[in-house]
Design a protein around this ligand. Structure first.
Ligand SMILES: Nc1ncnc2c1ncn2[C@@H]1O[C@H](COP(=O)(O)OP(=O)(O)OP(=O)(O)O)[C@@H](O)[C@H]1O
Ligand SMILES: [Mg+2]
Length: 352
């Protein structure tokens, strides 16, 4: 049977959150028999360093698979194992969810020799170095082309213009790579989320999102968060940019939604639970995230666009994790929602 031969731990979870089915790989992973597992609340047997109840709810509500990468999963007394987790609603009965747990060592054996994080780090270091080295000669090339164009006939000028235009494009790309490497630690202070959203919206409207309609759906009573205002605005800008680009030039609607949601509790590595009630959603009505890259979009250099660098979401993920927040995505054709969850600024600081 396919189920039994799946080489990674897989479980079925019923409507009440209890385990209804486990495959042999899951029995090994839990070090327990299926008999002792079935019927038990999943989250009693398994602790995952991510908002699982929320993920379950969203998988059910939206009928889509949720990917959660690089989380610590603990069973019983075992030391936590880094895993990629997928939650998928069952085809014939959406109340049942399939949970696939791929421990990173297996994920790595299936083709990657280094952990993605360190591989990404060295890729970024390398790219940064290259970016720096390439910019100088590029300036020379573009300058020379401009000199030639002064005495060139119109036909040749078309070519020199092309050189100048394309070098400019490369420089822009290199600057993005450099910006990614240069990210400083956040200078956090109480920030009104709507101010940051507004700055991002305004800048988007006059530029890359001019063809889009942006709808604001805010809860104005939201308290401040503790954030670096510029970095927070960068996060929203990157998400709005992706939403605008997803429509491929056609008009579309981007909804910016904020609300207070106490259900998201993250268990930190230190064991202290933290609440991330400030919720910001950037929702577009574009075609959705291509399934081939869905699991990796937050990794650097993963892009589904022809001219994409693949750094936008990597930067979002880095900034949000520097802010002790959480970002997740939910995508089906016609509705893609990126959801950012942030903590509330401590009361004392808000007054000062
Ligand atoms: N709202 C969205 N709808 C559909 N696909 C998306 C959406 N947001 C992101 N993606 C997909 O995820 C990929 C990665 O996004 P990311 O922002 O990291 O890189 P990029 O947009 O390709 O390049 P960059 O942001 O560096 O210019 C995109 O190329 C796109 O394929
Ligand atoms: Mg992008």
């Amino acid at each position: 049977m396919i189920w039994a031969s799946l080489p990674i731990p897989a479980l079925l979870v019923g409507p009440d959150g209890s385990i209804t089915e486990v495959n042999p790989a899951a029995e090994t992973f839990f070090n327990a028999s299926s008999r002792s597992l079935i019927g038990q609340p999943l989250l009693d047997r398994l602790s995952i360093d991510a908002p699982m109840e929320e993920a379950f709810h969203r998988a059910r509500a939206n009928q889509s698979t949720i990917f959660i990468n690089d989380v610590d999963v603990t069973t019983g007394e075992r030391a936590p194992v880094q895993c990629n987790v997928q939650v998928a609603p069952m085809h014939d009965n959406a109340d049942y969810l399939m949970l696939l747990i791929s421990p990173r060592d297996i994920a790595d054996r299936l083709g990657r020799s280094m952990s993605v994080k360190s591989a990404a780090k060295s890729a970024i270091g390398m790219a940064e170095m290259l970016a720096h080295e390439i910019k100088n000669p590029l300036a020379g090339i573009s300058g020379a082309a401009q000199l030639i164009s002064m005495n060139a006939n119109p036909e040749d000028r078309e070519l020199t213009d092309l050189i100048v235009e394309e070098t400019r494009r490369i420089v822009k790309l290199l600057e993005q790579v450099e910006q990614f490497g240069n990210l400083r630690p956040p200078d956090r202070r109480p920030v009104n989320i709507h101010d940051a959203l507004d700055r991002a919206r305004k800048s988007a409207m006059v530029g890359f999102a001019a063809h889009m309609q942006i709808v604001e759906d805010y809860d104005p009573s939201l308290p401040s968060t503790l954030a670096d205002p510029d970095q927070l605005m960068q996060v929203f800008l990157n998400l709005i940019k992706n939403a605008a680009e997803a429509s491929k030039g056609r008009p579309g609607t981007i909804r910016l939604r904020t609300f207070y949601d106490l259900s998201l509790r993250l268990r930190r590595k230190s064991g202290t639970p933290s609440v991330l009630p400030l919720t910001i959603e950037i929702i577009d009505d574009g075609p959705g995230i291509a399934p081939e890259i869905a699991a990796d979009i937050f990794e650097p250099f993963v892009s589904g666009r022809e001219n994409g660098t693949g750094l936008g979401l990597a930067l979002v993920s880095k900034i949000i994790s520097d802010h002790e927040g959480w970002v997740q995505v939910d995508s089906v054709p016609g509705r893609t929602a990126f959801r950012v969850s942030l903590p509330v600024a401590p009361k004392k600081m808000e007054k000062s």
